[in-house]
Design a protein around this ligand. Structure first.
Ligand SMILES: [Zn+2]
Length: 278
């Protein structure tokens, strides 16, 4: 069934497990995600991100994602990740996404507050939820996770949550997007302080490449949503290379890739303890 973030994250926050966002830019990823969630009876968040649109245009992939979500036996949030423009966020809402992230974290703090608050008003009119971000989750390729200058502060988390009315809040505590060059050092203490200062479910971006302990510790300290994408790409790439080496045909490779991505998602669901929580 198609649901919004409130319907999966409030329970996850109360019961101390995490729900994964696994972006699904093509039919293999989409099928992998739905099958993994149904087989493990786990809630799931799927969708795409604005930077991923060159690999699957919204109008092309939205109808299939939304149809699969509605048919699924488990709760499925269809989320537009890292929305960067109002135009694209509105397009996602009109196409039926049940949730969006608006990422103005690279703008000034006041701009981030006012633009996110406006999008919250609009999205709530659609019955959709909104995730905002403060602090800045950088790019691993730049070694952005190495410094703490972009970490979310407790004061900003409180102020931002109260002034925007966001339904979920992405915090920067030492992770970064992509493949890590420098081992991330997470500020769990800061996360705990933020958790006790705000009620809104907290989100961890840059989940690919973290250790199992990193996930367990961040979920125990209050993270309810975890974004994983790079690890799915790596699993799919490995399966494609093995399929080519084994002289599998196009269709066989397509299914090998789907199965490898499904397994990668299941590993994360077990780790996040969301299995059996649908
Ligand atoms: Zn992110």
């Amino acid at each position: 069934m198609l649901v919004n973030l409130n319907e999966v994250l409030k329970k996850a926050q109360a019961e101390h497990y995490g729900v994964g966002l696994f972006n699904t830019v093509d039919s293999e990823m989409l099928q992998a995600a739905i099958e993994a969630a149904e087989e493990l009876s786990s809630p799931i968040i799927i969708g795409t991100a604005e930077v991923l649109l060159p690999y699957g245009e919204l109008k092309l992939i939205a109808p299939s994602i939304i149809a699969m979500a509605k048919q699924a036996k488990v709760p499925v949030v269809v989320h537009y990740d890292h929305g960067l423009t109002f135009q694209r966020c509105l397009e996602a809402l009109h196409l039926g996404f049940s949730s969006i992230m608006y990422d103005a974290s690279a703008k000034t703090y006041e701009q981030n507050v006012s633009e996110t608050a406006e999008l919250v008003r609009i999205a709530h009119g659609f019955g959709a939820t909104v995730e905002g971000e403060i602090g800045h989750v950088g790019e691993a390729v730049n070694g952005d996770n190495a410094t703490d200058k972009m970490y979310t502060t407790v004061e900003a988390a409180k102020d931002f949550a109260a002034r925007t009315g966001v339904d979920a809040l992405a915090v920067a505590i030492g992770t970064a997007h992509g493949v890590y060059k420098i081992k991330p050092k997470l500020n769990i203490q800061r996360l705990k302080e933020i958790r006790s200062a705000v009620n809104v479910p907290l989100v961890l971006h840059g989940g690919s490449g973290l250790s199992d302990d990193d996930f367990k510790n961040t979920i125990a300290a209050g993270i309810a949503k975890i974004n994983v994408f790079t690890d799915l790409c790596l699993a799919g790439e490995k399966a494609m290379k093995e399929g080519i080496a084994a002289e599998e045909n196009y269709l066989q490779i397509r299914n090998s890739k789907k199965d490898a991505i499904k397994e990668a998602i299941k590993v994360k669901m077990r780790l996040f303890d969301s299995q059996g929580k649908a």
